[in-house]
Structures are given as structure tokens and as C-alpha cells.
Design a protein around this ligand. Structure first.
Ligand code: G1P
Length: 290
């Protein structure tokens, strides 16, 4: 069964990035020249998703505006500008559609996903956290779709994280540590580093069987007094298979100032127009520090 629906929870406050996110959605922060949410949307479109479901909230209007056709292409523009404006008006191709839902109260990631229930029907769906930017030759969602072949099971992307950072992630345990896809046996949201069940943490790409919704409905507030997706996954894996997927790619935590700066440097270095000039600049800068 082809998975068509993808949920982008974008109602979060972005408190780690204040003051930049006081009135601007963190998902609109640009990495080089594109907002984070556009990277996420392009990754989903590339993986074949067509129903893009955004769970938005207060101060998030810019996200909705960004995907509208809003740039006027007048005859006075240069050919280059016309092309650029055309591209900007066509981020969402005609075979795909955007669905905007609101999370009226900030009750957590699990609660945000539950807001999509009326449009998810009984189909499997993906979830993308836009502040996890992943630089990969083949998009991580595409990798996951290719590895997903059973609509009863779920797939969660994971990566190795430093022990002291365990308290920033959903940390997992699996029944194997060799394959790049392993059956999950446990998951804990933001544990103390000494209580993490392994060195592997969840990164913001998921494919869920529809069963997750009924578990989310039964989930009580957990870590940070929020309804945690992780807690629903923990219940889900008691009854349905959930797999950890080790993706190919480099992930940047762009909800964090340092992660965001690293993403900008790495992607700017790859830029065809000014990448090599930036590299020269950085080399000179480093040399000047001796
Ligand atoms: C969320 C999830 C967490 C996951 C993380 C990945 O946490 O709750 O399990 O490891 O995203 O970025 P957040 O970063 O929103 O606090």
C-alpha cells in the first residue's frame, strides 16, 4: 500500500531558539536560503507523499503563507527572476495538497499528531519533525518508504547519540544490534543518561501504522507534562511490530542554535555559487587564529 499522508507538527514554541522564535516560527528559520519546513516538505514530496498535513498554532501563519502561490510574475522581471518566482510558486506540485489543522493548546508532540486523526482515516502515515534537518544523498523518508512493506508495522529513524545527550531524545532498545532495521523492545522519552537503554536516539522521521492513534488517545501526560509520542510508541510495540531504522545521512538539530549554525555552514560549503569562497574565508579565518 502506497503511503500518501505525512504530518508536520509545527505548532511547537521553539523556546531553545529564543529570541529569534518569539514571533517567527522556528520552522521558517532559513538554512542558507530555504526555511527548514521547505526542506522537510521537499523530502516528503521526493518520497512520493501527496497529502501534506501541517499541525500549526499561534504565530505560525508564515508557514501557511510560504506554500501559497503569492509572488507576482510581472513582465518587467528579468528572465532569471521570472524563473525563480515560478519555482517559488510551485513548491507544492499540482498532484499534492496542503492541509492545515490547528493545535489549540500546547499539550505535546503526541497531542499534535492526534489533531490529524480526522484526515488520516485508517491509512498508515509519516511524521516529520522539520527541525531535524538531514543531509542525505537519498532523502531519509524515501529510504524509509523503501524499507516499509507492511502496513501493520511502524518504522522509526534512529541514530547513535552521545551518552550525555540521552536526555534530549527518545532513547530505544532493540533485540539486535547488527542489522540496519531492528525490532524495538523499549523506548523512553528523555531519560537520564544512566537510564538510557542504549546509545541510540530517535530522530524526527517516523512511519506509523494507523494503530498509533488509538494508543495516543490513551496516553497520559509524561515527560515535561506533555502527551509524548514516545509513550504511545511504547504501548504500540507491546501489540504491533515497531522497527528502528538506521538511516544514511547526517542529521542537524536545527532547533538548537549550534546545530543550526553547523547545518548552515555545511550546506553553504556545498553551495555551487559561493561554497568555495566560503571555504577560502574559513581557511583564512582559522589561519589568523594561529
Ligand atoms: C522529539 C521527540 C524525541 C525525539 C526528538 C528528535 O523531542 O519527543 O523522542 O528524539 O524529537 O528530534 P523534541 O526535540 O521535540 O523535544
Amino acid at each position: 500500500m502506497k503511503i500518501k499522508k505525512v504530518v508536520f507538527p509545527v505548532a511547537g514554541h521553539g523556546s531553545r531558539f529564543l529570541p529569534a522564535t518569539k514571533a517567527t516560527p522556528k520552522e521558517m528559520l532559513p538554512v542558507v536560503d530555504k526555511p527548514l519546513i521547505q526542506y522537510a516538505v521537499e523530502e516528503a514530496l521526493d518520497a512520493g507523499f501527496t497529502d501534506l498535513i501541517f499541525i500549526t498554532g499561534k504565530t505560525k501563519r508564515a508557514i501557511t503563507d510560504h506554500f501559497d502561490q503569492s509572488l507576482e510574475i510581472s513582465a518587467n522581471l528579468t528572465e532569471d527572476k521570472k524563473q525563480l518566482f515560478q519555482q517559488m510558486n510551485n513548491i507544492i506540485p499540482s498532484h499534492a495538497s496542503c492541509i492545515y489543522l490547528r493545535q489549540g493548546e500546547p499539550l505535546g508532540l503526541g497531542h499534535a499528531i492526534l489533531q490529524a486523526k480526522p484526515v488520516l482515516g485508517d491509512e498508515p502515515f509519516a511524521v516529520v519533525l522539520a527541525d531535524d534537518l538531514i543531509d542525505a544523498e537519498k532523502g531519509v523518508l524515501r529510504q524509509m518508504v523503501e524499507n516499509y512493506d507492511d502496513n501493520q508495522s511502524s518504522l522509526i529513524s534512529v541514530q547513535k547519540v552521545a551518552k550525555q545527550d540521552a536526555s534530549q531524545y527518545g532513547m530505544i532498545a532493540t533485540n539486535d544490534n547488527k542489522l540496519n532495521m531492528q525490532k524495538l523492545t523499549n523506548i523512553i522519552e528523555k531519560p537520564h543518561p544512566n537510564e538510557a537503554p542504549s546509545d541510540f536516539g530517535v530522530v524526527g522521521r517516523y512511519i506509523f501504522s494507523n494503530h498509533i492513534l488509538s494508543f495516543l488517545e490513551k496516553t497520559n501526560p509524561g515527560a515535561g507534562n506533555e502527551i509524548q509520542l514516545t509513550d504511545a510508541i511504547k504501548s504500540l510495540l507491546q501489540e504491533f511490530p515497531v522497527y528502528a531504522y538506521h538511516f544514511d545521512g547526517v542529521r542537524y538539530d536545527c532547533g538548537d542554535k549550534l546545530g543550526f549554525i553547523k547545518a548552515n555552514i555545511e550546506l553553504a560549503l556545498k553551495n555551487k555559487v559561493f561554497g568555495s569562497e566560503l571555504l577560502d574565508y574559513l581557511k583564512k579565518r582559522l589561519a589568523s587564529w594561529g
